[in-house]
Design a protein around this ligand. Structure first.
Ligand code: PGA
Length: 254
């Protein structure tokens, strides 16, 4: 493998607190010796602090599945970036399609979340992607450009890293992943858009681009050969021991 791949394990709301700790214990010895990948675990908020203790000293990083867009205040039920930072989160998933769909998260909210995350030197994992209808109507390029333009409005990537996860909505949680060709096309669109948005910035130095959407142990092999992507955002398969260890084995043998 040419370079280290970023593997984000988004456990979503699939594992409870106890299940998360048990699951981590059951997979952690298999992660030893994995040299060509960075594993970023994104458990639920309530599991974060204890997962952070478990992974201390190991080559595993911690990410949150969301964050609120303001520093602090009367926002019942929300989680601040400072709390996430204090317990050791280095990454935050922002704008996941499930939040855009079920919680009506807007590009404006996403934009503010990106800004506060970067302000605290945490790396945002920005999820973008077209839905099925938009793809059928050849709107993919427009959707990606619009999302990047809105979500990264007035964002300054200097001295920071931003991860962009291309996650076509029709591929997330559906079992229908994109083809390598579709992923390559989307990455080209994303890169050219980033180059236009950030003219004086070294795009490859500041942005990493991942693919996400129904990645599993069988099909990851094809994607591992794609030089255009820096890794994967993996949902369901990352919370399934057999699948996740299958993925880890593929990485070890690549
Ligand atoms: P999936 O989810 O792998 O279950 O499709 C991907 C994601 O977390 O976005």
């Amino acid at each position: 493998m040419s370079k280290e791949k970023i593997i984000i394990a988004n456990w979503k709301m699939n594992l409870s607190y106890q299940e998360s700790l048990k699951y981590l214990k059951s997979i952690s010895r298999f992660l030893i010796g994995l040299k060509n990948a960075i594993i970023i675990l994104c458990p639920s908020f309530v599991s974060l602090a204890d997962i952070a203790k478990e992974i201390r000293g190991r080559k595993i990083e911690l990410g949150a599945q969301d964050v609120f867009w303001l520093e602090e205040g009367a926002y019942t039920g929300e989680i601040s970036i400072r709390s996430l930072k204090e317990i050791g989160c280095k990454y935050v998933i922002i704008g996941h399609s499930e939040r855009r769909k079920y919680i009506n998260e807007t590009d404006q909210m996403v934009n503010q979340k990106i800004k506060i995350t970067l302000k605290h030197y945490i790396t945002p994992i920005l999820c973008i992607g077209e839905n099925e209808e938009q793809r059928k109507e050849n709107q993919t390029a427009k959707v990606l450009k619009d999302q990047l333009t809105e979500d990264l409005k007035q964002v300054d990537p200097a001295n920071r890293k931003i991860i962009i996860a291309y996650e076509p909505v029709w591929a997330v949680g559906t079992g229908h992943e994109a083809t390598a060709e579709q992923v390559n096309e989307a990455v080209l669109i994303i890169k050219s858009c980033l180059a236009k948005l950030f003219k004086n910035i070294d795009i490859d130095g500041h942005f990493k681009i991942l693919y996400g959407g129904s990645v599993n142990q069988e099909d990851i092999k094809e994607f591992l050969n794609l030089d255009s992507i820096d890794g994967f955002l993996i949902g369901s398969a990352s919370a399934d021991k057999r699948q996740f260890l299958g993925i880890i084995n593929r990485l070890k043998n690549f």
